[in-house]
Design a protein around this ligand. Sequence first.
Ligand code: SF4
Ligand code: MG
Length: 337
Amino acid sequence: SKPILEVRDLKVSFKMHAGEVQAVRGVSFDLNKGETIAIVGESGCGKSVTAQTIMRLVPTPPSFIKSGAIVFDGKTDIVKLNEKQMEKVRGNEMGMIFQDPMTSLNPTMTIGAQITEGVIKHEKVSKSAAWKRAVELLSLVGMSNPEQRVHQFPHELSGGMRQRVMIALALACNPKLLIADEPTTALDVTIQAQIIDLLRDIQKKTDTSIILITHDLGVVAEIAQRVIVMYAGKVVEQGTLDEIFYESRHPYTWGLLKSVPRLDSDRNSELESIPGSPPDLYAPPVGCAFAARCPYAMKICKEQDPGHFHISDSHSAACWLNHEDAPKVGRPVGAGG
Ligand code: SF4
Ligand code: MG
């Protein structure tokens, strides 16, 4: 069957006083029905802008879509929709979960009233039917005593509970696509695990496709079937979970993998992060954007963009080391596997 989402050569920039920030510089990927993909990378790599552009939630101006297509459900090009048309898609077919639930919850309404409102916007049902559905949704997201919970206000709930309410709210429209942007980052480890379990459970029960945006590869391993690694506004590697964790072909991914705490070692052990910082996206470098931080950088890396090397039907990497004439370097110990 057709993918639920086809992103083709998407370019998004921000017009600022100092010039144009090229936040997303030609991103392409597919999302299949019922699949979870993770988009990973450091902050500022363009992962959130990509996700928000799919929902057309990035304010224009200052942002603008320079080029590309985002084909949803095999027919609609999101890029071409006006705000009114987009509102329909957003309310009926896509849901979004943010890091901070308070950004999407209304502090002055009970959670029952908010979810009911979401349901009624989407379906022609009576108020009492919508209220019943709100209770069902709260129970679907694992809240105990949902009949009592509906009467509570957001501030009466813990952070983890608020996150569950936001997920219920996102599910109120039966979305075909759920975008979760760092949904667990603000939560403590135990609650994080519960929310991840919940997303996995929801996917089994509803067959929703999920895009998970995160900088945490530990979370990725728990839930995603495929992984897209972004750096400086581009996809630098994509593959199945196993291809990325065990057969990665990009030094940036190796660096990310080295900073994942291992389950079999001390969780508090010092994490190794990648030295240096990403390039200035006002004037992105020619060649590989990772070259300034890459321990394997060669002369060609600074001169020419590597493009995408095809590794398998599901795996590609934008790194010159995959060229047949490149020196053979081994993946460093500790980088996954
Ligand atoms: Fe490093 Fe060159 Fe590969 Fe870029 S293309 S990641 S600089 S080896
Ligand atoms: Mg972000």
